[in-house]
Design a protein around this ligand. Structure first.
Ligand code: E4P
Length: 216
């Protein structure tokens, strides 16, 4: 499974890239607003830091507006993936972009049926938002399981990108379900690394190492 980081903060991206496990980046308008920089400038810098797929989202909601913005975003760098919301005109835009060879990430997906439509439109990635589903009393990861099943049943090539990840448990479930990608905030990436028994074990090794006699 590929690991993307879910942020527009280049400091966080550099930190995650330095770990050697980072495959790509996702952003959204909220994340870009949080860093207080123009969309094009920040995406361009991220694309220089990470050679893998970098998702940047359109802000328009009309067919013409989304298409025009998508074509502009695609010019930023070869590794840009254009994020399009899962709405009626969004699906039309995905179809056109796919025919032009532009990669797409269909965002704000909350059901397996929506995911099927995105795949038929030719989306490169589908982003089910598992944390936001959990927030309203659904099992977000059940939606991922159903999408994986449906995509396997019909050999859809769209990759399942688990988004709105809030915990290591989401990541573990995504791995077990065979999701293609999880996009993860830095805080959760850190939680994946840490284990209390690792810390206890390391402290003991350090203490015992001090007792090893020095060579004479
Ligand atoms: C990723 O592509 C999404 O924009 C993101 O994961 C949403 O996460 P949130 O629900 O924590 O805002």
């Amino acid at each position: 499974m590929q690991i993307f980081i879910d942020t527009a903060d280049v400091r966080e991206i550099r930190e995650a890239a330095a770990l050697g496990v980072l495959d790509g980046v996702t952003t959204n308008p909220t994340l870009v607003a949080a860093v207080g920089r123009p969309m094009r400038e920040v995406l361009s810098e991220i694309c220089e830091i990470v050679p893998g797929p970098v998702s940047g989202e359109v802000l328009a909601t009309t067919y013409e507006g989304m298409l025009a913005e998508a074509l502009e975003l695609a010019k930023i760098a070869p590794n840009i993936v254009v994020k399009i919301p899962l709405i009626r005109d969004g699906l039309r835009v995905v179809k056109v972009l796919t025919s032009e060879g532009i990669k797409t990430n269909v965002t704000l997906c909350f059901s397996p049926i929506q995911a099927m439509l995105a795949a038929k439109a030719g989306a490169t990635y589908i982003s089910p938002f598992v944390g936001r589903l959990d927030d309203v009393g659904h099992e977000g990861m059940d939606v991922v399981a159903q999408i994986v099943e449906i995509y396997n049943n019909y050999a859809f090539e769209t990759q399942v990108l688990v988004a709105s990840v809030r915990s290591p448990t989401h990541v573990l479930q995504a791995l077990r379900m065979g999701a293609d990608v999880a996009t993860i905030p830095l805080k959760v990436i850190d939680q994946l690394i840490k284990h209390p028994l690792t810390d206890v074990g390391l402290a003991r090794f350090i203490a015992d190492a001090a007792k090893i006699p020095k060579a004479t």
